[in-house]
Design a binder for this molecule. Structure first.
Ligand code: AMP
Length: 282
């Protein structure tokens, strides 16, 4: 046994430690190490009681609050997300292109890139996309998670309540914008939509034509019409939207993060509304 000499009266030791008036302070003979030894057994017991909780919830790096002067910055491992929901062709992609400061994640673009590269994922979902049907959740969630960064803008995800519930545990959703527009207007918009397969810029033959016919203004690549932008498929996508995605409006409204936008307005005006809301200028 190692002999440990504890102080006789722990409370006197505390008093000595903190009191400027005590004779031991004046004589500079107080011993903090003595005080520690007095409490070491209690600290040991506390530590063993806390151990199971510590093992269950290990400390997560970056989860704590840093105070810098007046500003308190919360560092969190979860990305901060803004979500765009709305029917196909309601202008989510166009607005996402304009919004700076967020990494734009479009599940539709990611899936089309997989198809272009002919990956197993791309090949397995090609048929569904061409018919305007939903790709299975299990394929989408791992794809989207691999693109997370601290500030993301989700365009086309979530599309079902199941996806929204999955997302809830993965990111902090600060704003959800719902692009509200009449379905017939959308069918007209989508049949005239052309996209750049290279830089993903979006054009409309009626409302936003390219400067040179069927050529991308930004990278001069010939524009294409998406396989799912033909009327029959568009109508199917609208049906799927009504059935699966529209319930998300109520889901996010209840959480108090939903902003409804009139998506038939001028795109620049819509962008101002989005920026005002995100950067709290109103
Ligand atoms: P979009 O470019 O957003 O219109 O998406 C094109 C197609 O990709 C959709 O019609 C679906 O087949 C598929 N897709 C995109 N996002 C999702 C999603 N979150 N869940 C299931 N399927 C999706």
């Amino acid at each position: 046994m190692i002999p440990i000499v504890y102080g006789e009266r722990p409370f006197t030791e505390i008093y000595k430690y903190f009191s400027f008036r005590h004779k031991s302070f004046r004589r500079k003979t107080f011993a903090p190490q003595q005080l520690f030894l007095n409490f070491a057994p209690f600290l040991g017991i506390l530590f063993f009681c806390w151990l199971p909780t510590l093992v269950k919830n290990p400390p997560q790096p970056g989860k704590y609050v840093l105070s810098i002067g007046q500003e308190t910055m919360k560092k969190d491992p979860h990305p901060n997300a803004v979500v765009f929901i709305g029917p196909p062709g309601s202008g989510k992609g166009t607005q996402a292109e304009k919004l700076k400061g967020f990494q734009h994640i479009s599940t539709g673009d990611l899936l089309r890139a997989e198809i272009q590269k002919q990956t197993p994922l791309g090949l397995s979902c090609k048929e569904k996309i061409e018919k305007g049907e939903m790709v299975p959740d299990s394929l989408i969630s791992s794809l989207i998670e691999s693109h997370f960064s601290p500030k993301i803008l989700l365009d086309g995800y979530p599309r079902t309540v199941v996806q929204a519930e999955w997302l809830q545990d993965k990111v902090h959703i600060s704003q959800v914008f719902f692009f509200d527009v009449d379905v017939e207007k959308l069918v007209h918009r989508l049949t005239n939509r052309r996209v750049c397969p290279s830089c993903k810029s979006v054009y409309n033959l009626v409302s936003k034509p390219p400067l040179k016919a069927l050529t991308c203004d930004k990278c001069t690549t010939p524009l294409i019409q998406r396989a799912d932008d033909v009327e029959e498929v568009i109508r199917n996508r609208m049906r799927v939207y009504q059935l699966e995605t529209a319930p998300l409006i109520e889901f996010y409204d209840k959480k108090g993060v939903l902003t409804k936008l009139d998506a038939s307005k001028d795109p620049d005006e819509i962008m101002h509304l989005i920026q005002d809301k995100i950067f709290k200028r109103v």
